[in-house]
Structure formats: C-alpha cells, structure tokens
Design a protein. Sequence first.
Length: 133
Amino acid sequence: MMDLKENLSKYSNFSERTTNLLIKIFGNFKNITDATIWYKDESINPNGTHKDRMAWEIYLWYDNEIKKQINTPGEKISLKSLSLISSGSAAYSVQKLLKNKGLPNLRVLMDKNTNPKLIQFLEQEECKIFYLS
C-alpha cells in the first residue's frame, strides 16, 4: 500500500489530489472475488471529508462562469451567491473554498433547531444563515 502523505506531496492542486488517490485493495484474485475493490481515502482532502469534492465542483462552476463573463464583450462580471441546504459540514467545506478563492459567501439554509454553536461557527466563516421553519 502507498504512503498517502508522501503521495499527497506530489500533487499541486485539489483536483489532482481527489482524482489520483485511489488505492487498489483487491483485484483479479480468483479465490477472493471477481471484482476489484478500490478504497478512496477522503481524510486527505483539505477539510477531511468527501464534501470537499462537492466544494471543488462548485468552485469549478464559478471559475467557468467567470470565464464566460470575461469573454462576453461589454458585460461586467457579476457573480451570484450560492445557496445550499446543509446541516453543517457541506456548508463548511464549500464556504472555506469560496472564501479562499475570493468568491461570494455561501448562503446556508438550516433547520431552526440547529445547534447554536454550529451556526456561530459557520457565521465566523462568513456564511449567511437562513432558517427553515
């Protein structure tokens, strides 16, 4: 099995890290299984969760939107804020990446009974919280 920390240092951006760190556990062993089993270690993602991959896809959408607007003559770049229903961890992953890239802050729809400490944590990351009734 490969050393994940050593392997991680080889990749310069998040997209490369999330697509190249698959570990083959079993495969082509007639006495075990006919299928190959792969393991993806999400703990090495920037925030340690699979939701970082979703955050990256959202960033790529913004990146594409900026490129489209740059290539539209006479138009100003105008980015809208994204809204997301979340119980916390997805909102954190998305907001962290948006904030690091200088993109609009995330608007988060949360249950009104969400733990106040979690809401405070997200607000400290500059999420705008809206409550579902």
